[in-house]
Write a protein that binds this ligand. Structure first.
Ligand code: ADP
Ligand code: MG
Length: 628
């Protein structure tokens, strides 16, 4: 028997590991199953190049709970170790790795971003075990070895009578970690971390129905046999070539990834690159609900098919974190803090690559089947609009596929739209005015007025649309956006020929002054406009600039003037060419005049959706009076 002292300066590594990795005890299982997988894959490689005399066969990894003995076993049929190799790889290398880790992160250990993703490897077993045994036999035929250690630098190494190739790790679960003897706990961890690892992992057995025989009698009862319960899919879709996969394969992988997700994804993007970094994966565009509440099924990050985290912040550009799917890359440094991650050159390249792939995919969906792309537009627009605002590289490409739908569901690209409205919607100053509505119902009368003029009206209803418009205006000279209810239509797009006014300037002044004494002036600014005599006599609008600033400050980012707290202020536009304006001017009785103005104001409010509550009740009552 060999006993020895592992050469480390930290006296007792076990309490230290335990303390520093407190929140992430569960990763021990991922680490040990990863080691078992590595050992099996190494053997596979050696066998394939004729460097191992051992028959590779169909090796599996087994995880086994011994509740009574308070032990957890992880057994592999990989390449195993000789006693010398245990000395070298476990005592020297693994221990020094653990020590190095502690040295490095002792002070920053509270920074959980670091801890959570550091593969401490074999020694993480001591987070949950008071004693660890390794029983291992090398594929070379060297005698089997048995190593035991209780976490102190002392260990024993003795021969073992193990006859089969591979390694068995036995964890004597510590009293404070007995939860790791629960079947449901271990099953949960295996599903979380090892669901797509490349070697089959057995955890217990299960009953499998036997096929019904041809000559089965009427009262045939299904028969079962006991089979290995394999908890993983060793060949997940993202490890295959896109050419091997059908649409249905992608969809069924989505269900495998998110068993609790019932909506089908809209489309997927297969990522596959091996230079200058290595990355594979599949991203899915899900149907997004407008409220954008944080979804729990997120993009999962893997390293060589081992689950690492579902926090991909810093790796995937922010606007794409709303997508789902997997990314697998051995080139993402995980033993660093998030802020370092964002500064890492490789990570920046990965993020740019993903942005580019997504843009290319959208472009090809757009070109290959525009009709279908238009149908999906409402479900994907928020991601794209957000991308245009937050990612300059995406913005550059987005012009060719981002759509602007009209209230009648015609979809234009910005270029198409500009071309379409250039002649009709360019004002006397040479500015092309893009009209839009945010709500088809609420702004119906304004939309109708614009359409009467033969104008196109977009429907832009995303929460971040004000920011986007602001950006588009900045980048497109002579282009402005105006919401249809921002002013009278002739004011939104001012043409040379102004309407001839029926009223003289003096009459206008008198009318304006008398209306101003009736409507509350802290809320309305009265403006007389000579419009088409058939246009509505009174109209309420909210100036584009004011409304947009207000919206931007509410949705964050552009709230430069603290407009969120600004009082509601509207324009009351009076059509001085309407018959109503003339009769108002000719009404001498002040009470009658006041009633007329109130009624007209209420009608204008009603068509802007502003008449509510008590005011609405009073209005309805008053209106009934007039038809009695
Ligand atoms: P890493 O896996 O990053 O090398 P670990 O601390 O997890 O670090 O493991 C240290 C070394 O111990 C491994 O590199 C390997 O040589 C050896 N080892 C660990 N587990 C096994 C195993 N199940 N079979 C064979 N060798 C193993
Ligand atoms: Mg390891």
């Amino acid at each position: 028997m060999t006993t020895g002292k592992i050469n480390v300066s930290v006296e007792n590594i076990f309490p230290l590991i335990k303390k520093f990795l407190y929140s992430d005890h569960e990763i021990f299982l991922r680490e040990l199953v990863s080691n078992a997988t590595d050992a099996t894959l190494k053997l596979k490689h050696l066998a394939s190049i004729g460097e191992s005399k051992s028959e590779y066969g169909n090796p599996i990894i087994e995880v086994k709970i011994d509740k009574e003995g308070k032990k957890l076993h992880i057994i592999d049929q990989g390449l195993g170790m000789s006693a010398e190799e245990v000395e070298k790889y476990i005592n020297q290398i693994a221990f020094s790795g653990a020590e190095e880790f502690l040295e490095k992160y002792k002070d920053s250990a509270k920074d959980s971003g670091v801890i959570g993703h550091f593969g401490l490897g074999f020694y993480s077993a001591f987070m949950v075990a008071s004693k660890v045994e390794i029983i291992t036999k090398s594929h070379t035929g060297a005698p089997a070895a048995h190593w035991t250690c209780d976490g102190s630098p002392e260990f024993t190494l003795v021969p073992s009578d193990k006859t089969t190739r591979g390694t068995e790790i036995i964890l004597h679960i510590a009293e404070d970690s007995l939860e790791f003897l629960e079947e449901s706990k271990i099953k949960g961890l295996l599903t979380k971390y090892n669901k797509f690892m490349p070697i089959p992992i057995k955890f217990g057995t299960k009953q499998e129905a036997l096929p019904k025989p041809e000559d089965a009698p009427e009262d045939y009862k299904t028969e079962y046999k006991e089979v290995d319960n394999i908890i993983n899919n060793p060949n997940p879709a993202w490890t295959k070539q896109p050419s091997e996969l059908t649409d249905e394969d992608y969809k069924s992988f989505y269900r495998e990834l998110y068993p609790m997700q019932f909506d089908e994804p809209l489309f997927n993007i297969h990522l596959n690159v091996d230079y200058p970094f290595n990355l594979t994966g599949i991203l899915y565009f899900p149907k997004l609900s407008a409220d954008l509440q944080m979804q729990k099924d997120k993009i999962q990050l893997y390293q060589n098919q081992v689950f690492v985290t579902d926090n991909v912040e810093g790796i995937v550009p922010e606007f794409l974190t709303m997508l789902k799917g997997v990314i697998d890359s051995p080139d993402i440094p995980l033993n660093v803090s998030r802020s370092y991650l964002q500064a890492d050159g490789n990570v920046k390249k990965i993020s740019n690559y993903i942005t580019r792939k997504v843009a290319d995919k959208l472009k090809s969906l757009f070109t290959e089947n525009r009709e279908d792309f238009e149908k999906k537009w409402n479900d994907i627009k928020i991601v794209l609009e957000y991308g245009m605002l937050s990612e300059p590289k995406f913005y550059e490409k987005a012009g060719s596929f981002v759509l602007y739908p009209t209230v009648d569901e015609t979809y234009f690209t910005l270029e198409e739209l500009k071309e379409k409205v250039k002649d009709t919607q360019t004002d006397k100053n040479g500015k092309t005015v893009i009209l839009y509505a945010s709500n088809k119902e609420a702004q119906h009368s304004y939309i109708a007025a614009a359409k009467d003029k033969g104008y196109e009206v977009l429907l832009l209803d995303s929460p971040i649309v004000s920011h986007l418009i602001q950006k588009l205006e900045g980048d497109n000279e002579n282009l402005t956006f105006a919401r249809v209810d921002g002013d009278a239509i002739d004011k939104l797009i001012e043409k040379e020929e102004t309407q001839i006014s029926k009223l003289s300037d003096e009459e206008k002044e008198t009318l304006k002054a008398s209306i101003e004494t009736i409507v509350p002036k802290e809320k309305y600014s009265v403006q007389l406009e000579a419009m088409d005599s058939n246009a509505a006599p009174f109209m309420i609008t909210q100036p584009e600039f004011m409304r947009r600033m207000k919206e931007m400050s509410q949705s964050g980012g552009g709230g430069m003037f603290g407009m969120g707290n600004f009082p509601e202020m509207y324009n009351l536009i009076v059509n001085s060419n309407s018959e109503f304006a003339t009769s108002l001017l000719n009404t001498k009785d002040e009470t009658v005049k006041a009633n007329l103005v109130k009624q007209a104001l209420d009608l204008a409010k009603l068509s802007q959706g502003l008449l509510k509550g008590e005011e609405l009740t009073a209005f309805v009552k008053r209106s009934f009076e007039t038809i009695k």
